[in-house]
Design a protein around this ligand. Sequence first.
Ligand code: BES
Ligand code: MN
Ligand code: ZN
Length: 512
Amino acid sequence: MTALTLSTTAAPGLEADAIVVGVAKDSGSQSGDLVVAPGAEAVVEAYDGKLADVLGTLGASGAEGEVTKLPAPSGFKAPLVLAVGLGPRPEKDSGYDAEALRRAAGAAARALAGTEKAGFALPVADAAAAAAVGEGALLGAYSFDAYKENGKDAGARNGKAPLGEAVLLGGASDDKAFKAAVERATALSEELNRARDLINIPPNDLNPAAFAAVAEEAAKEHGLKVQVLDEKALAEGGYGGILGVGSGSASAPRLVKLSYTSPKAKKHLALVGKGITYDSGGISLKPAGHNETMKCDMSGAAAVFAAVVAAARLGLEINVTGWLALAENMPSGSATRPGDVLRMYSGKTVEVLNTDAEGRLVLADALWAASQENPDAIIDVATLTGAMVLALGSRTFGIMANDDAFRSAIHEAAEEVGEEAWPMPLPEHLRKGMDSPTADLANMGERMGGGLVAGLFLREFVGEGITWAHLDIAGPAFNEGAPFGYTPKGGTGSAVRTLVRLAELATAGDLA
Ligand code: BES
Ligand code: MN
Ligand code: ZN
């Protein structure tokens, strides 16, 4: 894992492999002139004030994420200067927004894979900007190469090792706020990267029991309470949804409860994650072309897990309980059939019309279990529907809720941390599509608005009077395209930062 440090050393004197500077498009001028962003004054000076011209000569445009490398000026201890595009220059030099900094730092860190140490001379006028640059660097440096090692030496790897250390230059390292910002960015990014690892681990190595073991290990390390219900305990408890989804698999399901409690807590937030370690569709088997990335179907549980551990590491003054609903959805002679009726943990019966609508079944049991503790709010996170991807694309998650203010608060928190999200409705008229002639309801309804139908299904399993929201992260959870900003290929860690921000806000009593 990349280390994040603060230094007051001026850029020329830093012993490092590279110095990162920011370059922006000066929209004020027609010719699309470049400006070097604040924080790199010493670098600009060493190029006789001509760094922007030099970059222009090299073809730099200042476009977001663009990377231009050039030899460092004489007198620099680092051999390389790396200019990263910040996009359009803001009106004020102090106005670079956090997400622009995060993305630029991420792109730079990724481009520096294979090096040991880099100084970041980006605009870090205050602690919030330092946090953004730090977060971007740590998240952008991430790579998943656990399965690429053919030998013990890194040279045998297909990829390069991630940047070893990111040094933030220009921030006052003795300043309490800067130190706190670096600590928060480190804890948050490490846990988010751990969620990415869990998503990227192939499904033959991460089954429900293996995921539960990872949670138990983390609980020990961070002083959390953990309870794992195995298939026997699930049967005794009547968790028909989780058992029904897991019944086709050779790897039995689990329900993990991970609790962080603070002695100063005034609020209790429950987080529920969909943890399908592989979604083949079950008897309603997915066709080829739709199953290759379905190891990502536990991204909700990975996000919840990371958020609970991050809350503990940050010592937030709130109680956070994470519920991981873990199962593998497979076809076999013991699998749930389309037409089967499951008796859920809440007592309601569900006719399974399509075994590929499995996420809502495991979540239903976990939502009801979470409801029994009467938390101040419940948020579930799930790669739930292809319909949400069709609606919002691959970078935006949908937010549904039984409370308008809560949905707005989540949307605002997402925006604040740089996650793209959008509010979605729960239209009442879609509920009757799930009426079943045999059971209390069916696990499918109208095809149109499929993401909202899934949300309405989940709502049936939230305890009376409890504030609840549902995040459908099916789009942004897994990046099948090229890396961008601080987002790698594969598991992204979608929703982790929003959940942690919400826990922080709830501490101050601003939520629910
Ligand atoms: N895990 C999938 C949803 C999904 C799709 C996640 C694409 C990530 C990317 C989910 O279990 C599923 O199969 N949903 C079905 C529901 C349908 C059968 C009602 C879908 O969206 O097609
Ligand atoms: Mn499915
Ligand atoms: Zn699924």
